[in-house]
Structure formats: C-alpha cells, structure tokens
Design a protein around this ligand. Structure first.
Ligand SMILES: NC(=O)C1=CN([C@@H]2O[C@H](COP(=O)(O)OP(=O)(O)OC[C@H]3O[C@@H](n4cnc5c(N)ncnc54)[C@H](O)[C@@H]3O)[C@@H](O)[C@H]2O)[C@H](O)CC1
Ligand SMILES: [K+]
Length: 506
C-alpha cells in the first residue's frame, strides 16, 4: 500500500536492486527504454527529437532513450550539460552506447523538434538551477507555448524537487513524466504535480519487497487505502447502527455552515444527524431542516447535557462557530465526552492565539480525547495554528509539515489545498490528487468537515475517515465539474458511492 519513495529512498531502492543482482546499467537501460517507448507513443517515427541530458544518471537515462529512439527511426539530436568525459558509472556506460554526436547543451536547437526528452535532473537535484540548464529549460518551456512540442521528462520534470514538489529556480513543464518503481512526493505535491503532466510509473525490476522494505508510510490517497475500513450498512442493521453525528451551529447570522456540514454527514451515511443550535438560531435552523434534526443547545453546558446521550458519537465544531472562549469550551466538552471530533474553521482559529487559546491547549484536548480528533485547516489556518513550532512551519515539504503537525498535536491533520495531505500522529500520510479547481467556492470546507464527521459517526477509524472524506469530496466535485457550489457536493455523493461500492471505480 505504501507506494511513495523519496529521493533518498529511490536511490536506496536502486542500490538494493543492484545488490540483488540487477546491474545498474540494466536498470538504466530499462528506465531509458520506458521513457523512449512513452515518447514514441507521442510522435510519429521520423520526427525530430531533442534529448537534453544532465551530468548524472538522469542524463544516463536520456542517453539510453536517445539510442532507442534513433534505432526506431527518429531523427535524434542529443545535448549534454558538461563534458561527456565527466560522466561516471552507468551514465558513462550509457553515453558509450550512444553512437551519435554529443552537442553542448548551450547549442540546444529546438527548430522543428516534435519531441523533447528531458533528462537533465531527477532525484539528484540538489540546488536551484542556473546557467545553461536553466536557459535550456526556459527555451523548452517557451517553445512549447508556440509549437506543438511534446515534452517527456525522465523520472521528474527537471527543476522539480522530487521530495517537495517545489520548483528549484525554474522547471520543465512536461506533457508526460515517466518515473521508475514508484511515484515521489514531487509528482503529487504542488506545484510539481502540475509540471508532470501525465505520470507513468514504469516497472524497471525493482521488486515490491525492496519497495516495502523501504516502507515510507506515505501513499496516494485512493480507495485502496481506506475502502477496507469503510463501514457498509448491515442488511439487518438500523439507523442507530450507523451513528449519530452532531453539527454545532453558529449564531443567528452564521447557521448555514453547520447545516452544510450536517447535510454532508447525512449523505455520507451517518444514521442520524442533529444540528445543535444556539436557542436564538433555533427557528432559523428548524426552518431549513427536515431529515436532519435540530436541538436547542446553549453553549458548552448545553452541549455537555446533550452528550449525556452516548449515541451522539461524532461532532463537527467550528463552521460558523465564532472565534473565542465559547468555541473552545464546546471543543473541550466534546473531548471530555470522548466523542470523535472534527475541528474546522473557527474551531481551529480559536486556538491560534496564545495562553489558554493556544495550540498547547488544543493538543491537550486532543490527547485527552479517547476518540479520534481530526483537524481540517487550510494553509492559512495551519500557519496561524502552528506558527510557534519551527520544526512544523519550516519542514521541507507540505507532506512533512502535515506529518509533523499530526505528531505534535496528536490529531489527524488534513492540510487542505489542491494537494491535500492527510497525516496521522503515527507518521502515516496520504496525499490526495483528485481535487479540482472548481472546489474553490464558499462552503466546500464545511461540506468536507461534514463528510469526515459522517464517516466517523459510522465507526471508521480517524485517519481512514479523513482520507475517505477528502477523496469523496474530490470525486463529488469531479462528478459535478464547472459551476458546482458547496450545496451540490452532498447531492453528488450517491453517484460517487454507487460507482465506488458497486464497481470499485475511482
Ligand atoms: N530506481 C531509480 O530510481 C533509477 C533511477 N535512475 C535515474 O538516476 C537518477 C538519479 O541520478 P543521480 O545521478 O543521482 O542524480 P541526477 O541525475 O538527478 O543529478 C545529476 C547531478 O547533477 C548535480 N546537480 C544537482 N543539482 C544541480 C543543479 N541545480 N545544477 C547543476 N548540477 C546539479 C548533482 O551532482 C547530481 O548528482 C534518477 O532521477 C533516475 O532518472 C536510474 O537511471 C534508473 C533507476
Ligand atoms: K528529468
């Protein structure tokens, strides 16, 4: 299941495969062949191909790809950064197999090129690009804007940091990326994911046991990582067996967010859902609700009384709640009652201050809660909440920031964005890649919080419930597409669940 390799793990995988008997040049041959085959599918034979090679093994992949494309009848020109004599090891072997001319990268000529093979840098990129490498990347990206040039990157688009997805100065905008063995975080995190184009994972003979042995606790978020934990209703079951979710409403002028979350919790399968409404907003909430029940709950004491009934087993607090002491009190009550809890929006910001309103107070409540707590910050809420913890804020990637925050707070942390990371306190993390820009509309965060709450109500474990909620949220948005608004998302869920549960489809 754990299928993401960091740069270092990829190098280790290489070394273990070589130690296991596959020569390094054979790995390179397979890698370069995979790149060449993908490239050949993108342009008819006879076309002109420019292969740009860097000074390391990524460049070696390029030499192999150049040779194979030449053998297949393409008109190949190869350009190398640095002297060919500087190549070492397998890259030197690959260069030795190339019988064509080795041009200096500075002489790169893209005239009438149909294809570029980008083999400048892969997992060995260690600093911002400059000089001829940067100039070549700028030229390739520019050529793409006014010609039909198709760019295929070997392993990682050059200039993208494989561990973080960050652009190191300048990076190739590829149409295709052919990576080896497994994806790296940089194929999934932004902006790297956008530079990759279509990612193909080529098997080059690195065994699953080698990969598992490296066991990075990261995976792409997909049904495969949480569907086993998804609770299907029993044939003889009843609604009480599917939990009772509570969405705590804000005051009179801020009730919509909790209702959005409540509707989402009902749609995702919670047996019952109640909006816990301040007395002053009861009429407003009641007027909007039908299958969702509403109860008058006046502040933390009122919530404590409600939670005297153990059937209320999952809550979402924060959407529309208002920032401050009262919201902190509601969260404390839910934690003391040992109920699964999603803290979103104002619930998070209420702990972004100092003293009693600070992160330590939230972490204490999370750790005191016998049930899972899920924090669902967007980037702004995240940086405010964890601003005093340098090892979180300064972690080298979004993936590692979320993992550090989960380990620090004891909560499952859903760090939202187009590349949402769902991290658990035990170090496991899923990176979500099915988001869509159409989710950038008011209220979609409330719906996500509701999906997660509804799954927790049904008994899913915290990390899996959060991952499933994020994935379903993205899948619903993709099913809807342009023009979606938050209210539409729960209504799109039946179709998504049907495809998923009856056909196991994405
Ligand atoms: N199992 C696998 O993953 C396989 C990977 N292969 C390919 O090997 C590369 C990694 O090769 P490596 O030599 O370690 O690094 P790079 O080729 O990415 O980098 C080359 C070299 O460049 C120097 N460098 C780093 N940053 C810069 C910079 N900004 N400017 C100039 N020079 C820079 C540094 O010295 C690097 O060592 C992997 O991506 C795959 O493509 C195997 O071929 C097949 C199996
Ligand atoms: K590359």
């Amino acid at each position: 299941m754990y299928e993401i390799l960091t740069n270092a793990a990829a190098r280790q995988a290489d070394q273990r495969a070589i130690a296991g008997g596959i020569p390094g040049w054979e790995l390179m041959e397979r890698a370069g062949r995979a790149v060449a085959h993908r490239a050949a599918e993108c342009a008819p034979k006879g076309q002109r191909v420019a292969v740009v090679c860097g000074p390391g093994n990524n460049g070696g992949d390029g030499f192999v790809a150049a040779r194979i494309l030449d053998e297949e009848g393409y008109r190949v020109a190869l350009y190398l950064l640095g002297p060919v004599e500087a190549l070492r090891g397998d890259a030197a072997w690959a260069a030795g197999q190339w019988k064509g001319k080795v041009n200096p990268l500075a002489a790169l000529d893209l005239t009438s090129a149909a294809l570029v093979i980008d083999a400048l840098f892969g997992t060995g990129l260690s600093r911002d690009l400059d000089g001829d490498a940067a100039a070549a990347i700028v030229a390739i990206n520019a050529a793409k804007t006014h010609t039909k040039l198709h760019v295929v990157s070997a392993d990682i688009p050059s200039g993208i940091d494989g561990d973080s997805g960050a652009v190191r100065g300048v990076a190739i905008m590829a149409d295709e990326t052919v990576t080896f063995a497994r994806r790296k975080p940089g194929h999934l995190l932004l902006p790297g994911r956008l530079n990759c184009g279509t990612v193909t994972v080529a098997a080059i003979g690195i065994s699953d046991e080698i990969i598992t042995g490296l066991a990075l606790p990261y995976a792409v978020n997909a049904p495969g990582v949480w569907l086993r934990a998804y609770r299907r209703p029993e044939a003889a079951g009843n609604k009480y067996g599917r939990g009772h979710a509570v969405a705590v409403s804000g005051g009179l002028a801020a009730t919509g967010a909790a209702r959005l979350a409540a509707r989402a919790a009902l749609r995702v399968g919670a047996g019952l859902v109640t909006v816990a409404s301040p007395p002053a907003a009861l009429a407003v909430n009641a007027a909007h609700l039908t299958a969702i029940m509403v109860r008058s709950v006046d502040g933390p004491d009122g919530l404590k009384a409600l939670l005297g009934d153990a059937r209320f087993n999952a809550l979402v607090i924060g959407p529309g709640a208002g920032v401050g002491e009262a919201t902190r009190g509601l969260i404390a009550v839910a934690s003391e009652a040992g109920r699964a809890l999603v803290v979103d929006a104002d619930g998070l910001t209420s702990f972004a201050g100092d003293g009693p309103g600070g992160l330590p107070a939230l972490s204490a409540l999370v750790r005191a809660n016998a049930a899972p707590t899920i924090l669902t910050p967007h980037e702004g809420e995240f940086s405010r909440l964890f601003k005093n913890i340098p090892e979180i804020i300064e972690a080298p990637s979004k993936l590692l920031r979320a993992v550090a925050a989960a380990q620090h707070s004891g909560a499952v942390v859903v760090l939202k964005g187009a590349d949402t990371v769902i991290a658990a306190p035990d170090g496991r993390a899923f990176i979500n890649d099915n988001g869509t820009p159409w989710l950038a509309t008011a209220g979609t965060g409330d719906v996500l919080a509701g999906f997660i709450t509804g799954l927790l109500a049904q008994g899913m474990p915290g990390h899996e419930a959060a991952a499933a909620g994020v994935w379903l949220h993205g899948a619903a948005a993709r099913a809807l597409g342009p023009g979606l608004i938050a209210e539409d998302l729960p209504e799109a869920l039946p179709g998504v669940l049907k495809r998923l549960l009856e056909h196991g489809g994405r």
